[in-house]
Design a protein around this ligand. Structure first.
Ligand code: 1GP
Length: 251
């Protein structure tokens, strides 16, 4: 196991060009099933397991899922919190994130202030990240009270992304929303990546290797999929299809 999850991610991006992460929502998959899915995703080549969900309410389910995943996989387990409930002491790291285009200060800075002491007391590694909702953003957009950035306004996504980087965030995440009909447009990914210095994460609506490849070629450093593993019993093969399509090309 590496000493620092952030270092591990940066090294894998440097080496492989782009990497994949699997998002597991214990509320959707059932906390009992997360470990088995994570294990298959790891065998398919995913670089990390993210755990969270927009409406996740049970802290005990989160704890259980994280502990079980940790027992079965070697790749890092990173929390993707929706709220105070999204923090577990058993994870390797937490996306310490701000929903930059929320209309509510709760999701920009207040929930972070409420959880920062807890995160520190647990000794959780923090990965600071600017989170930006594109389009309606599905449940994340609704819960996070986002002012959605229209997919045909890449310059707005660029502005918020650069603001996140300039404020010191180490990662930027363009989110179309879990289960989105369409991923973040490649033109938007391309524009943001061409100006950004920190790694760019893109997720929402990516279901296969082809979509992942388009997103990677546009400039994504980290591709996140969630719904994909909820809809199949061939987790390893489906993840491999994505990993295989984003690996060979080096930028
Ligand atoms: C959601 O970006 C992630 O936060 C994953 O989206 O469920 O559509 O893969 P999907």
């Amino acid at each position: 196991m590496v000493n620092s999850v952030e270092q591990y991610l940066l090294e894998r991006i440097e080496k492989e060009g782009a990497i994949h992460m699997t998002l597991l929502d214990p509320e959707k998959t059932g906390s009992n099933n997360c470990a088995a899915i994570a294990q298959e995703a790891e065998k398919g080549g995913t670089a990390a397991i993210m755990v969270g969900g927009s409406t996740l309410a049970s802290h005990s389910d989160l704890d259980k899922a994280v502990m079980e995943i940790k027992a079965y996989v070697d790749v890092p387990v990173i929390l993707f919190p929706n709220n105070i409930t999204g923090v577990s002491r058993h994870a390797d790291a937490i996306w310490f994130m701000s929903l930059l285009n929320s209309s509510n200060t709760y999701y920009i800075i207040d929930v972070q202030a409420l959880t920062a002491r807890l995160v520190k007391s647990y000794g959780l590694e923090t990965l600071s990240m600017g989170y930006i909702i594109i389009g309606d953003g599905g449940a994340a957009g609704f819960i996070g009270q986002a002012r959605p950035i229209a997919p045909d306004h890449p310059e707005l996504a660029l502005g918020y992304s650069l603001a996140g980087e300039t404020l010191g965030m180490h990662f930027v995440y363009l989110e179309a929303g879990s289960g989105a009909n369409k991923p973040v447009p490649p033109e938007m990914v391309k524009l943001v990546k061409s100006h950004l210095s920190v790694p760019l994460i893109v997720g929402g609506g990516i279901r296969d290797g082809k979509a992942a490849k388009h997103t990677m070629e546009a400039g994504a450093d980290i591709i996140v999929t969630g719904t994909l593993v909820e809809e199949t019993d061939k987790v390893r093969e489906r993840i491999y299809d994505i990993v295989n399509n984003i690996k060979p090309v080096r930028r």
